[in-house]
Ligand binder design. Sequence first.
Ligand SMILES: Nc1ncnc2c1ncn2[C@H]1C[C@H](O)[C@@H](COP(=O)(O)OP(=O)(O)O)O1
Ligand SMILES: [Mg+2]
Length: 194
Amino acid sequence: MADKIKDAKIIFVVGGPGSGKGTQCEKVVAKYGYTHLSSGDLLRAEVASGSERGKTLQAIMQKGELVPLDTVLDMIKDAMIAKADVSKGFLIDGYPREVKQGEEFEKKIGAPCLLLYIDAKGETMVKRLMKRGETSGRADDNEETIKKRLDLYYKATEPVITFYTSRGIVRKIDSELPVDEVFGHVAKAIDELK
Ligand SMILES: Nc1ncnc2c1ncn2[C@H]1C[C@H](O)[C@@H](COP(=O)(O)OP(=O)(O)O)O1
Ligand SMILES: [Mg+2]
């Protein structure tokens, strides 16, 4: 079953909270028909289901912390397998959050051909998240949790970018620009994949 995924392109979409990952992924889905899997959305769906696992997850996410690696990875893998027959590509949004998560993903699923590094300034991310928080209903879009998520991003996730840069698959995208201009750069990076 994991072989079915082997031929599909795997793209990691990495960036801080509020950098614009979800926004860009939606546009990639519209243009390229890739499957968008946001680890955060998968986890929030589990929370919404009201399951026991969901309750544990909610407590962790509300604190702005990372949920156990195996939980996220299993959810991503199940979602990929469910789409394997119809998908030409997968956007893995918000994962890996730390280098170890990337290593486990490659062991269990496969190697990414591209890492889109959606880059925005800390102050920009805070501003966008506070605005998003007005309507998102997300328990973690509040000032205190935002600070923790940003700290954790710089500490745990930036090393992910360094790790994949050494492999030559990172494309840094300036996400301070208007959404459509950002997407122009994202599309260029995808078009350059063979
Ligand atoms: N290039 C851009 N310019 C202005 N606002 C942007 C933007 N990209 C995204 N946004 C807005 C949309 C959302 O309300 C908020 C966070 O975007 P998002 O796509 O939900 O981020 P992420 O998925 O990285 O957390 O910022
Ligand atoms: Mg998102």
